[in-house]
Design a protein around this ligand. Structure first.
Ligand SMILES: *Cc1c(COP(=O)(O)O)cnc(C)c1O
Length: 369
């Protein structure tokens, strides 16, 4: 699905030198590489504060902890996402309120969000799924009217721009009250292990989240609150600082692959290509087709028989997960999410795709129909 070895081989000189520098400095935790990467990412995103942490799930958890929510407070999340988005809500004894997504963009829309609001709603998590932004301006307006915190899950969308109705742009993750991302190796900005980060323009929230990520300390050995231990290590930060310089080319390379797939499948009526929302650029963390004739699993088997990788993101919506049954209200029906889980299939997409491989994948898909 990705070619991490190929990508590494192109930047090996830079990466190896940066990793060696950390090894020789022995500043493995909170070394200068971490503050350097933090500053680079703040500049790239145009955001006031980046708080590096251990992974994307921790980023979401620390964000939720910083909002001072009470058990039973409701947090709205799309039902078609990676489970981590909602897991941290449940872990903190908050109530995940699972909502529908749009069938063509896979995103929670402002209308869907608004319909789910109750007097207990305290936060919403727009997930910029597969690499394009939710429609943030109306989401922010609705949230503002109801005093709801907006935590963007930008784990799949780093580098994507939201385009405001007035035409101005801002990077996803830097738009809501808090943004969260993951540097898992296969993410668009991936490190060589685990990593994550939290973004905000609110200095007070930033200080609180920095403290929560560091055992609730304000100064060393003075703990103001119960926190967690969540750090990005210096080696990963050094790697990320180099890869960040390549992120825009990486996004372009992924878009080129997506354009080629779009063109190659446009005449297959049983296949729906991913719809690009007008309010966002798309960085194609995944290229996800919908198989409209009920033969998704057969297509997957056909591709497997030709040794073409394909993945189902996601096979089960949140409301059908065993772990979440305690949070499913009686009569909850999310038919679009249920259906998407039977229709979607994601093809390989990455920064190192060559023309021959692309042709092989396209031919394999076409030969099925
Ligand atoms: C990857 C991912 C996460 C979690 O990130 P980790 O670094 O693996 O903890 C959260 N949300 C979404 C949408 C993701 O894709």
């Amino acid at each position: 699905m990705v070619d991490l070895k190929g990508q590494y081989s192109k930047i090996k000189g830079e990466i190896d030198a940066a990793v060696l520098e950390v090894l020789e400095s022995a500043a493995f935790i909170n070394g200068p590489a971490v503050s350097r990467f933090q500053a680079s990412l703040e500049a790239y995103l145009g955001v006031g504060h980046v708080i590096p942490c251990a992974n994307g799930t921790d980023a979401l958890q620390i964000a939720m902890m910083a909002l001072g929510l009470e058990p039973g407070d409701e947090v709205i999340v799309p039902s078609f996402t990676f489970l981590a988005t909602a897991e941290v809500i449940a872990l903190l004894r908050l109530t995940p309120v699972m909502v529908a997504v749009d069938a063509e963009t896979f995103l929670m829309t402002p209308e869907i969000f608004e319909r789910a609001i109750t007097p207990r709603t305290k936060a919403v998590v727009p997930v910029h799924l597969f690499g394009q932004s939710c429609d943030m301006q109306p989401i922010l307006d609705i949230a503002d009217r109801h005093d709801i915190a907006v935590i963007e899950d930008a784990a799949q969308s780093i580098g994507a721009d939201y385009i405001f109705p007035d035409g101005s742009r801002r990077k996803t993750g830097a738009i809501g009250h808090i943004g969260c991302t993951s540097f898992f190796p296969s993410k668009n900005l991936g490190c060589y292990g685990d990593g994550g980060a939290i973004f905000t323009n609110d200095a007070e929230l930033a200080a609180k989240m920095r403290s929560i990520a560091n055992h609730g300390q304000s100064q060393r050995y003075y703990h103001e609150r119960v926190g967690v231990n969540s750090r990005l290590d210096s080696i990963q930060a050094a790697i990320l600082d180099i890869k960040l310089r390549h992120l825009d080319e990486y996004c372009d390379a992924r878009r080129d692959v997506a354009d080629a797939y779009d063109a190659a499948f446009s005449d297959i009526k049983e296949l729906a290509s991913p719809r690009r929302a007008g309010h966002s650029t798309h960085v194609f963390h995944q290229y996800t087709l919908r198989v409209l004739d009920g033969r998704r699993d057969q297509l997957r088997d056909h591709l497997a028989s030709l040794e073409v990788p394909a993945m189902i993101y996601y096979p089960v919506p949140l409301q059908q997960q065993k772990a979440f049954q305690g949070f499913v209200p009686a009569g909850l029906e999310l038919p679009v999410a249920d259906r998407l889980c039977t229709e979607v299939i994601s093809l390989p997409i990455h920064t190192e795709m060559d023309a021959a491989t692309l042709d092989t994948i396209i031919d394999a898909v076409r030969s099925f129909f």
